[in-house]
Design a protein around this ligand. Structure first.
Ligand code: AMP
Ligand code: MG
Length: 485
């Protein structure tokens, strides 16, 4: 089955020919059958020798993508795929997606001394988080397959660990960093074409009009606002919100040291190298807006080539609007978690709802309550919530105010229940469960990771025999994950 290469052929300056390095011993450890079916691919065929060849590039014109990136605030003008390859684009009846490898060897963009490889545990981590986010309704890149290469890499410990390759599917691999790179390296005609390409691929229903760059900025800002609001509602911390990890399609992409928070702190940060907490939970909306400002800068001369002031004015207006879009999206996300019908909350009740959400998060933070567990208990056993805090009065008055808010927004009990059932998961990939499953993977045992994957793919339905995955082991508060992926 041939893939297409519209991006690489339209923008050769942005996609450099590069051949993945697939060791002869490479085997398929896991095929994502659900995703394969969505993409109209035969999972059994994918798992065989021909499938493996297809997944890893076969005769395709594979490339490494060029992009820049503000990493922790500092611009790296040339970043690019240093250990990843774009295999090609798969047109399905619904949309065109990229098939992409990560951990597939060095490329022209690899930094000197880097190995181009990925530890198998990091590959599984990205696969599990992607499936969990997807099942939770968050737009995200997903793993189509997990491959083991038979090689080893050294990362966090001096001991070698098995290496793997992630076969990733995303709506595209266009990032904010792609436009930053294009701004520095490509002429404006090509960049207008690039904006048009992004629009037709990700926002085909929108008329690009006579200012495609401005429209693209607006759409990306809107989609990013909704994406971050969804993360916030799940207690999810992406971990490395550099501009190269912010997708133009609005999907979550390139999560490395990411995690779902157990005991809530709005300063939660999981990356061992993020010492300043730049990408902490509470900073995610602000940093996304900052990243969007970098996106805007890379488009200004396209937005208005003649009047730079006007371009700045138009872009600034849009970026200011981001805050409003985000706040509204966040309010809707948390209203559902609290069992409040937001449609009924116009005017004063809306203001009270917003204040109540803040108060809820302050309470979770003050008492380090389990984020996912709290909202699920509210869904299943609200009467037992008072037992969570030493002083039951705090929760009693919180519950009473919640009841009043439901009443004032006309939220019937059945509707409240329905909203909460669809917004408050039973299962998330909790840090220590995921870590334990990843350690098992390193010693060749995939049973725990497949069990966890099974749970997080049906996050809202309780299954008997998976009780241990519902709660956080006690040490979870001190969890850190590492960037050495
Ligand atoms: P990421 O953390 O995956 O977003 O990667 C940031 C940048 O570092 C990208 O340019 C990657 O291609 C590059 N990179 C990360 N890990 C490796 C590696 N093991 N070998 C080569 N390049 C890498
Ligand atoms: Mg990246």
């Amino acid at each position: 089955m041939n893939l297409e290469h519209t991006y690489a052929s339209s923008f050769p300056e942005l996609a450099t020919p590069a051949v993945p390095e697939i060791p002869a011993a490479t085997t398929v450890l896991w095929i994502n059958e659900d995703l394969a079916a969505e993409l109209e691919l035969d999972a059994t065929w994918l798992a065989g020798a021909d499938g493996l060849r297809w997944l890893t590039g076969g005769d395709e014109k594979t490339t490494a993508l060029a992009y820049s990136g503000h990493q922790f605030g500092h611009l790296s003008p040339v970043l690019g795929d240093g250990r990843a390859h774009l295999i090609g684009e798969l047109p399905t009846s619904e949309k065109r997606v990229d098939i992409h490898l990560k951990g597939s060897g060095i490329t022209p963009y690899s930094r000197p001394g880097s190995d181009g490889k990925a530890p198998l545990s990091a590959v599984w981590r990205e696969a599990v988080i992607g499936e969990a986010l997807h099942a939770l309704g968050v737009p995200t890149s997903r793993a189509l397959a997990v491959l083991e290469t038979g090689e080893t890499v050294r990362r966090r410990s001096p001991l070698p660990e098995p290496a793997g390759i992630l076969v990733r599917v995303a709506d595209s691999h266009l990032r904010v960093g792609t436009f930053q790179y294009a701004h520095m390296n490509v002429g404006s005609d090509q960049r207008i074409e690039l904006a048009g390409y992004a629009l037709s691929r990700h926002y085909p229903q929108v008329n690009p009009g006579d200012n495609p760059a401005l429209i693209l900025l607006r759409l990306v800002a809107e989609h990013q606002a909704h994406l971050v609001a969804q993360w916030m509602g799940l207690g999810f911390v992406h971990g490395v919100l550099n501009t190269d990890n912010v997708s133009i399609s609005g999907q979550a992409i390139d999560f490395g040291p990411c995690a779902f928070i157990d005991g809530f702190s709005d300063e939660a940060v999981f990356s061992s190298i993020d010492r300043g907490g730049r990408y902490a939970y509470r900073n995610q909306p602000g940093i996304t807006q900052w990243n969007l400002a970098r996106f805007a800068e890379s488009l200004l001369d396209l937005i208005d080539p003649e009047q730079p002031d006007r371009a700045v004015h138009l872009a600034t207006d849009l970026l200011e609007h981001f805050e409003e879009t985000y706040e509204d999206a966040r309010t809707r996300v948390f209203a559902a978690k609290l069992g409040i019908a937001v449609e009924g909350a116009a005017g004063a009740p809306y203001e009270r709802l917003v204040a109540f959400i803040d108060r809820t998060l302050d309470m979770l933070d003050e008492h380090t309550l389990d984020f996912t567990g709290f909202f699920r208990a509210l869904t299943d056993t609200p009467d037992h919530l008072v037992e969570l805090l030493p002083n039951s009065e705090t929760l009693k008055s919180w519950l009473a105010d919640l009841a009043t808010l439901r009443q004032d927004t006309g939220t019937a009990p059945g509707r409240a229940e329905e909203l909460m059932q669809g917004a408050n998961p039973v299962y998330i990939p909790r840090n220590l469960h995921l870590e334990a499953a990843l350690r098992a993977v390193e010693s060749g045992d995939t049973a725990p990771i497949l069990r966890l994957l099974g749970a997080v793919r049906q996050p809202f339905t309780r299954h008997s025999g998976l009780e241990d995955l519902e709660t956080a082991p006690a040490r979870s508060r001190f969890f850190t994950s590492f960037c050495g992926t």
